[in-house]
Design a protein around this ligand. Structure first.
Ligand SMILES: *[C@@H]1O[C@H](CO)[C@@H](O)[C@H](O)[C@H]1NC(C)=O
Ligand SMILES: *[C@@H]1O[C@H](CO)[C@@H](O)[C@H](O)[C@H]1NC(C)=O
Ligand SMILES: *[C@@H]1O[C@H](CO)[C@@H](O)[C@H](O)[C@H]1NC(C)=O
Ligand SMILES: *[C@@H]1O[C@H](CO)[C@@H](O)[C@H](O)[C@H]1NC(C)=O
Length: 181
């Protein structure tokens, strides 16, 4: 499915940049996107990410929730695939494999939380969305911190930063359309 295409692109695209960033930059963000992205940690990353989805120019907050949770979900599942590949490395040290296993668990949690967010959106149950997005961000943090204080460069550093930033967008969007933003 589309997921395999994603994985392929993932390995070609080292930096955490949206696929269609040239199209994204030429768009003037809608007021809603502007208001949402102004509350995230990185305004331009937020605008570029949201505009990598063709629905964004006409999206209301509810649709932007689908867009942002979709981006986070695809990022998280692609990283799961990367972790699975890294775990197959026969020459990796035991310590490095141990950290990767921590990350594998973290990403399993992140993907589960994001799947639940989709179920919630589909069933119009909104009160847990921000919490679920926060869980995905925490998972990325936990994976990243398992590499800190070691000389082992985290092969997942960029991916962790991506998931954290995308989950941050989800948190803001969730607050927007549940009226608590
Ligand atoms: C991760 O997120 C960024 C920003 O939206 C996106 O451009 C990038 O392609 C994503 N990577 C994967 C593997 O989903
Ligand atoms: C972003 O928000 C701040 C206050 O939170 C406001 O002063 C500023 O004008 C906003 N910027 C944009 C581009 O909306
Ligand atoms: C914000 O995101 C852009 C990509 O959209 C990236 O080039 C930039 O370095 C990021 N800024 C910070 C402070 O992370
Ligand atoms: C496997 O692990 C070794 C030792 O850490 C590393 O040098 C090598 O680049 C890794 N190979 C892959 C494909 O990640």
């Amino acid at each position: 499915m589309a997921r395999f295409h994603f994985v392929l692109v993932f390995f070609l695209c080292y930096y955490c940049l949206p696929f269609h960033s040239s199209a994204a930059i030429s768009n003037v963000p809608t007021k809603l996107v502007n208001d949402i992205c102004n509350q995230t940690s990185n305004y331009s990353f937020c605008v570029e990410s949201l505009y990598s989805d063709p629905r964004t120019p006409d999206a209301d907050a509810y649709e932007l929730a689908y867009v942002s949770f979709g981006l986070a979900y695809l990022n998280a599942t692609a990283t799961q695939d990367s972790i699975a590949k890294l775990l197959k490395n026969k020459t990796a040290s035991a310590a490095s494999l141990k950290r990767l296993k921590i990350c594998k668990r973290d990403y399993h949690k992140a993907v589960s939380a994001l799947e639940q967010a989709f179920n919630d959106l589909n069933s119009e149950t909104y009160f847990q969305l921000a919490k679920l997005a926060g869980r995905a961000a925490a998972a990325a943090d936990n994976c990243q911190s398992s590499f800190e204080g070691t000389h082992d460069y985290s092969p997942l550093a960029t991916m962790n930063a991506c998931l954290k930033a995308l989950s941050g967008i989800c948190v803001v969007v969730s607050k927007f359309f549940t009226g608590s933003g």
